[in-house]
Design a protein around this ligand. Structure first.
Ligand code: FAD
Ligand code: PYC
Length: 406
C-alpha cells in the first residue's frame, strides 16, 4: 500500500514511518496474541494510543507456522473454561473482521493405542462434560466411520483401542487471523510498526518507564510482552526469571490431493497428527525436537520419523510428496499451561508460555490480556496461569491434553 499513493485506504493496515514519542500501551510482538490484545484494548476498552512493535512482519512467528488446530478438550478446569471461551470467540471472528478466516469445524479425534491412554481420554471427557464441552470416548468403529482410509491396526504396530472425540475441533487460516486482528486494530487507531525490534526496556523504581527500539525510544508506563519463542530474551531486559525454555516444533505439508480426510486426527502414541487443509494439502506434525534450541531450522530426521508413523496409519499415502517443512520456537512451561498476567514489575504484562498450544487461544488471550492491562487486574479466566504459581508450586498440569508428544 505504501507504494500506491493514489489509493485512499490501506488494504490491510496503515504504514507509519515514525514512532510517536510516547504511547499509553506498547505491545511487543506482532503475532496473533499481540495484535488481538491491541484489537480488544481499542474495541472493548477505548484505549487506542497503542503501538504494536514487530521485529519482522506480522504473523511471521509461530502464528504463521502452526498447524491451526482449535479445540477446548483440556484436562484442568482452568484450561477447559479458558479454551472453551476461545472456541466461542472463534465462531464469530470472520464476521467481526469482515474477513474470511476459513474457520472449518471438522471434529477432533485423539487416538488411544493403550489402556492407560484410554484412561486419560476418559478423564478428559468427564472434566470436559462437567464444563459443558462436547467430548466423549468412542470406539475404533467410530474412528473408522469418520476416517475410512485409516488402518485401525496401524500396520499391526499399535492398534487403535478407542479415541477421545471432540466435536468442536476446528481449523482456521492462521495468517488471516493476524491480518484480521491487525486490520481491526488499525481501523480503531492502533499503530502497527513492522521491522521494529525492541532492544531494551527501561524500568525505574520497579515500574516500566519506556521501551528502546531499533527506531528510537518510546516513553510508556504499560508494556505487554507477547513474543512466544523470544520470551526469555525480553525477560532478560527487565531482569525477570521464568521456567520457560525453548524447543523447536516442526511441521510439514504434502502436495495437494483430493479431499479424503474430514476430521483432525492426533495419535499420542505414534507422536503424529494430521488434518487436510481447504487446499487439499495434508498438514502434519509430530513431537517437539528433543533439545533446547533458539532456532527455526528443520531436519530430515523429522520428515523420516513422521512419515514412517503416518504410513502405519495410512499406508495408501506412500506415493504422496512432501511439499514444505518448517519449524517454530515453542516457549514451553513445566506444566504445559501458559504464563499470563501481571508480573513483579509494575506495568509489565506477560502473555507467554504458549509452547505448542497457543494458536487456538489467540482470541481469548487478546480479550483477557486487554482486560488485564486496561484494569491493571488479572482477568478471572487467567488467574490459574500466573507467573507466581511456580514460586508456590501450584502448577496447572495440562500435559495430558497437550496433543503433541514431548
Ligand atoms: P508469535 O506468532 O510467535 O508472535 C511473536 C512475535 O514477536 C513474532 O512475530 C516475533 O517476530 C516478535 N518478536 C520477538 N522478539 C521481538 C522483539 N525483540 N521485538 C519485536 N518483536 C519481537 N497451537 C495451537 O493451538 N494449535 C496448533 O495446531 C499448533 N500447532 C503448532 C505447530 C507448530 C509447528 C508450532 C511452532 C506451533 C504450534 N502451535 C499450535 C503453537 C502456536 O503457534 C503458538 O503458541 C502461537 O502462535 C503463539 O502466538 P504469539 O502471537 O504469542 O507468538
Ligand atoms: O494444541 O492441538 C494442539 C496442537 C496440535 C498440534 C500442535 N498443537
Amino acid at each position: 500500500f505504501a507504494l500506491n499513493k493514489k489509493h485512499p485506504e490501506p488494504r490491510m493496515f496503515s504504514v507509519h514511518e515514525e514512532l510517536k514519542p510516547s504511547y499509553d500501551v506498547v505491545i511487543i510482538g506482532g503475532g496473533g496474541h499481540g495484535l488481538a490484545a491491541a484489537y480488544y484494548l481499542a474495541r472493548e476498552h477505548g484505549i487506542t494510543n497503542v503501538c504494536v512493535l514487530e521485529k519482522g512482519y506480522i504473523g511471521g512467528g509461530n502464528t504463521g507456522r502452526n498447524t491451526t488446530i482449535i479445540r477446548s478438550n483440556y484436562l484442568t478446569p482452568e484450561g477447559v473454561q479458558f479454551y472453551d471461551e476461545s472456541v466461542r470467540l472463534w465462531q464469530d471472528l470472520s464476521q467481526d473482521f469482515d474477513l474470511n478466516l476459513f474457520y472449518a469445524n471438522r471434529g477432533h479425534f485423539t487416538l488411544a493405542h493403550t489402556d492407560s491412554a484410554l484412561r486419560t481420554m476418559r478423564w478428559r471427557a468427564e472434566v470436559n462434560k462437567h464444563y459443558g464441552v462436547a467430548s466423549e470416548v468412542v470406539g475404533p468403529e467410530v474412528v473408522k466411520e469418520a476416517a475410512p482410509m485409516i488402518d485401525l491396526s496401524c500396520s499391526g504396530h499399535a492398534p487403535i483401542l478407542g479415541a477421545l472425540y471432540h466435536a468442536p475441533g476446528s481449523v482456521a487460516r492462521h495468517d488471516a487471523v493476524a491480518w484480521g486482528y491487525g486490520r481491526g486494530a488499525d481501523q480503531r487507531g492502533v499503530e502497527i510498526h513492522q521491522r521494529t525490534e525492541v532492544l531494551g526496556i527501561d524500568v525505574e523504581g520497579g515500574r516500566v518507564t519506556g521501551v528502546r527500539t531499533s527506531k528510537g525510544r518510546i516513553a510508556t508506563t504499560k508494556v505487554l510482552c507477547a513474543v512466544a519463542g523470544s520470551t526469555p530474551s525480553i525477560l532478560k531486559m527487565v531482569g525477570l526469571r521464568s521456567p520457560i525454555y525453548i524447543h523447536p516444533l516442526q511441521a510439514m505439508v504434502s502436495e495437494p490431493i483430493k479431499p479424503w480426510l474430514d476430521p483432525i486426527l492426533v495419535s499420542g502414541s505414534l507422536h503424529v497428527y494430521i488434518s487436510q487443509s481447504a487446499r487439499g494439502e495434508l498438514v502434519m506434525g509430530a513431537s517437539l525436537d528433543p533439545y533446547e534450541l533458539h532456532g527455526t531450522r528443520s531436519t530430515l530426521d523429522f520428515v523420516e520419523g513422521l512419515t514412517s508413523h503416518m504410513l502405519e496409519m495410512f499406508p495408501f499415502l506412500s506415493n504422496v510428496k512432501v511439499m514444505r517443512q518448517w519449524a517454530g520456537m515453542a516457549d514451553m512451561t513445566p506444566d504445559f499451561a501458559p504464563v499470563m498476567g501481571k508480573t513483579p514489575i509494575e506495568g509489565f504484562y506477560l502473555d507467554s508460555g504458549w509452547g505448542t498450544w497457543g494458536f487456538k487461544a489467540t482470541p481469548v488471550c487478546g480479550k483477557t490480556m486487554a482486560h488485564t492491562i486496561a484494569t491493571d487486574s488479572p482477568h478471572p479466566l487467567i488467574t490459574g496461569f500466573s507467573l507466581d504459581r511456580f514460586r508456590h508450586y501450584a502448577l496447572t498440569g495440562e500435559k495430558g491434553a497437550a496433543s503433541v508428544g514431548h
